[in-house]
Design a protein. Structure first.
Lengths: 275, 91
């Protein structure tokens, strides 16, 4: 009968493994009272462990959240660079910026998947920790009752009952913590890799220090580029250029014509034309 | 019958559901035997879906389960370990 699998399902076998763990632990103790106190001690330790587990997962999740924000900024900045580069007639630079933006976007997709995975893990562990807390409280009450009321022989039976249930819970939660730790470690490693990527400037430099090469090239051409832009804008103002939408911008932002022109260019006309 | 889903807690299912679980469990067993991850995911998914229709046990119960279902994203390797004692953290 041992060799055949049919009568012994996966579900049943897993539960037997748990039970044999509990029985081994019970057999180690000679005095029932000792079993109760020892087990309660282990339960308290497990509670601390699961709370640490929840905190670790939350830390990891927050780190990923920060990275997602950073990469979002990068992506926006690269898009602006692409637009600026195109505006300055540098299609090669625009292409480079857009290709970096694409790689930033794919990192972002990865991070989003990890983020929701961690979020799910965190929720499950939080629930498990609340459940364990209630069980540990129940166990403590029951252990005192058992100690006070029963003879040693009766106590042993009662203890076995209380013990096997909580022991299963402890085994389960112990595994859940282990799994969460493994996943968290994997994600920490990936988060580290993304930090390096960000630091190297391969994706961007959101802070501007040190300047990345696309921005450097744009800045280098800065003066000349701005003159061209100014010319275009002026042509528009005189009614001979192809940039009629700049008219409103120029009227509003006469103080800073260069920056106003650059930012307004991205927006649709605001309807000043009719006024 | 009392069912534990690893990582999710315990539920009480009636006899009709228990019979269905045992039938689905045979698929799980076969998937592990064949080392077939896709089949395992399918069998496990079906098992979990049925089991989750049970009534959750109150958190202050200390009852052991009749059967234990592996956690949702378990791999063939992980289920194997569960069956050999290796995968368990002693309580």
């Amino acid at each position: 009968m041992k060799g055949t699998y049919a009568p012994m399902s996966v579900m049943k076998r897993v539960s037997l493994i748990f039970k044999s763990k509990a029985n081994k632990a019970l057999d180690r103790m000679e005095d029932p009272r000792e079993t109760l106190d020892y087990s309660y001690q282990r339960q308290l330790e497990m509670l601390q462990k699961v709370r640490r587990g929840v905190a670790d997962v939350a830390t990891s999740r927050k780190r990923i959240e920060l990275q997602m924000n950073q990469i979002n900024q990068t992506s926006g900045k690269l898009e602006k660079q692409a637009r600026d580069a195109l505006g300055a007639g540098r299609e090669d630079l625009a292409r480079e910026a857009l290709s970096r933006r694409q790689s930033a976007q794919s990192q972002l997709t990865d991070l989003q998947a990890q983020y929701s995975q961690l979020q799910g893990e965190e929720e499950k562990l939080t629930l498990a920790s609340q459940r364990l807390q209630v069980k540990v409280d129940t166990f403590r009450t029951r252990k005192e009752t058992i100690k006070a009321t029963y003879t040693a022989a009766e106590a042993q039976t009662r203890i076995n009952e209380a013990f096997s249930g909580i022991s299963e819970e402890m085994g389960d939660i112990g595994m859940a913590i282990q799994r969460a730790e493994d996943k968290t470690a994997q994600m920490q490693a990936r988060a580290g890799a993304i930090d390096e990527l960000l630091a190297s400037g391969a994706l961007e430099d959101a802070s501007g220090v040190p300047r990345d090469d696309i921005q450097a090239e744009l800045d280098r051409m800065g003066a000349g580029g701005n003159i061209d832009l100014e010319l275009e804008r002026l042509k528009g103002e005189l009614g001979q250029g192809e940039a009629p939408k700049e008219i409103g911008a120029a009227a509003d932002g006469a103080g800073q014509p260069a920056t106003a022109g650059a930012s307004e260019a991205a927006e649709p006309p605001k309807g000043d034309d009719g006024a | 019958m009392i069912v534990r889903i690893l990582g999710e807690g315990q539920l009480r299912v009636d006899d009709a559901v228990a019979a269905q679980l045992h039938a689905l469990d045979a698929d799980l067993e076969a998937a592990v035997e064949r080392n077939d991850q896709a089949a395992l995911e399918q069998a496990l998914g079906a098992l979990l879906e049925r089991a989750r229709q049970g009534e959750p046990l109150p958190p202050d119960s200390l009852e052991p389960s009749d059967v234990i279902i592996p956690h949702e994203d378990a791999t063939v390797d992980e289920v194997r370990k569960l069956l050999t004692d290796e995968g368990l953290i002693p309580g």
